[in-house]
Design a protein around this ligand. Structure first.
Ligand code: URA
Length: 214
């Protein structure tokens, strides 16, 4: 706990990129520092920036509902973001901002050591599982060795905010969420979990097939 608190203090004092000049509060993340599941979103929005807490706006309410579906409380998991500071006007994170913030996320993951990392949305997916299509890999557990972290199991989902704009995604998110306990069980039983690189190859083959067909 002390180790995590020290890390949190360092994150709050960060000046590695210019986002700290425009945001109100740094949003390091929150939850159980011994959590089995860590959720990673994109970055703080307006509400998160005001409160210094992750996922407290409309998308956060939906995330809380989803967490309750698997019988957990927000306090039992850990919730963080790729960016700790809000980009002005909620624009997409810039690559240099993601890279400046990356060492903090690495430290958080190494301290919390979650069994499963749930990546919420395309931006979170891209940092850990590059060159993938969210529509193809969502809802499946994937293993990948991330150089700074080591072997890790990931589970990609659409971002909860996407369901607020596109109602049909709500059911997709709910059904993907319901599979999380089985994924945790598979990790505990050390069952075979596909390697992300192999999925990358499969996506590439399928895409090649498509270009030759049309
Ligand atoms: N969206 C995110 O990606 N993260 C938050 O903390 C809130 C909204």
């Amino acid at each position: 706990m002390l180790q995590y608190k020290n890390l949190e203090e360092k994150i709050k004092a960060c000046q590695r990129c210019h986002l700290r000049e425009t945001c109100l509060n740094v949003v390091p993340g929150e939850g159980n520092v011994n959590a089995e599941i860590m959720f990673i979103g994109e970055g703080p929005g307006e509400n998160e920036d005001k409160q210094g807490r992750p996922f407290v706006g409309a998308a956060g309410k939906f995330l809380d509902e989803l967490i309750a579906i698997i019988g957990k409380k927000r306090e039992e998991v850990f919730i963080a973001n790729i960016l700790k500071c809000r980009p002005p006007g909620n624009r997409d994170p810039l690559p240099e901002e993601v890279e400046a913030c990356w060492p903090w996320l690495v430290e958080q993951i190494k301290t919390i050591k979650p069994k499963l990392i749930v990546l919420l949305g395309r931006h979170a997916m891209e940092r850990f599982l590059p060159n993938q299509k969210i529509s193809k890999i969502r809802g499946q557990a994937l293993r990948r060795e991330v150089p700074e972290i080591g072997k890790q199991v990931f589970y990609v989902m659409y971002h909860p905010a996407a369901a607020l704009y596109q109602g049909s995604l709500r059911e997709v998110l709910i059904s993907d969420f319901k599979k999380i306990p089985k994924v945790l069980e598979a990790i505990e039983k050390e069952e075979d979990i596909p390697v992300a690189d192999k999925v990358e190859e499969k996506v590439a083959v399928e895409e090649n097939k498509q270009t030759t067909l049309f």
